[in-house]
Design a protein around this ligand. Structure first.
Ligand code: ADP
Length: 267
């Protein structure tokens, strides 16, 4: 269609002068849309062959004991790599859905206690109970959010905290409201932290501090991009604070319009 998309930039000079600049970003917008559709389609098309592969591998996996060791090891490798590919395709599809379906999702007032407890259990399972994971609730306010989306965002942060810290590290999942009415969910660890030069780029797709290590930990490189998009859909943003050797803090900040304070209890 013939609609154009313009981006305006207004600069104020003193009280009565302004400079208005308009940029036609129609082409840029279309290219971006094509990129999104392409990624969504490719990910979708990859699902069928992956399902077939997984099906056969399950059958052969049962025979692993009877096969010569070399073949058995080959099958184990194939199982591992198909699992990786499946995680990647699932994350790509989730990310496309978050990008394409603007403002969608089923938003309700949500109690954070049960949600954070469930993330805590999953994180402990991922770490084979080798990390100390605790939930700290400093507020009983509720958050207007999509439970499913928020759960996947906070899980990504908690799983990262498990995957990028040594056994025995402490991880805290915290919910609190601030004096100005906004609220935040924090995921905090005492691992080796991140050099601040990397922080501005961490939410880019496939950006990794240490490529080799990240692949070994089983991540897809899309975790923090997913977190960023989920938060955008909740009018929220991600703050990252970290220094080498001093752990990392990932803070999701929600505006007061999303916070439902609990009614004071009647005496
Ligand atoms: P992935 O973990 O799959 O590589 P993410 O987008 O989830 O992708 O994370 C991007 C990068 O941020 C990781 O590769 C890792 O280098 C770094 N990172 C994320 N969380 C932590 C953490 N808690 N401590 C140290 N580094 C982290």
């Amino acid at each position: 269609d013939e609609r154009r998309i313009l981006q305006y930039q207004i600069t104020l000079y003193g009280d009565d002068e302004r400079l208005v600049m308009a940029r036609d970003i129609t082409r840029l917008h279309r290219l971006e849309q094509m990129r999104r559709d392409f990624v969504a389609n490719v990910s979708h098309e990859l699902r069928t062959p992956l399902t077939v592969l997984t099906g056969y591998l399950e059958t052969y996996g049962d025979l692993k004991e009877q096969l010569p060791p070399r073949l058995g090891r080959g099958i184990a490798q194939m199982e591992e790599q198909t699992k990786r590919m499946q995680n990647l395709v699932n994350d790509l599809l989730l990310l496309s859905r978050l990008e394409i379906d603007q403002g969608g999702g089923d938003h309700h007032p949500l109690a954070l206690g049960p949600m954070l407890d469930s993330v805590r259990r999953d994180a402990l399972a991922l770490s084979n109970q080798q990390h100390n994971v605790q939930v700290v609730l400093e507020s009983d306010a509720q958050l207007i959010a999509s439970e499913q989306e928020l759960h996947s965002a906070i899980s990504n942060l908690a799983f990262n905290a498990v995957r990028y810290t040594p056994q025995g590290s402490h991880i805290t999942l915290r919910w609190k409201t601030l004096p100005n009415g906004s609220a935040c969910i924090e995921v905090d660890d005492d691992g080796e932290g991140i050099d601040p030069v990397h922080i501005p780029r961490l939410t880019e797709r496939f950006y990794r501090v240490d490529k080799g290590r990240s692949t070994a930990t089983g991540g897809t490189g899309l975790g923090l991009a997913i977190v960023k998009h989920v938060l955008l859909r909740h009018d929220a943003f991600l703050q990252i604070e970290s220094h080498p050797g001093e752990g990392a803090l990932f803070r999701c900040v929600f505006p007061s319009s999303r916070v439902v304070e609990s009614e004071p209890h009647l005496a």
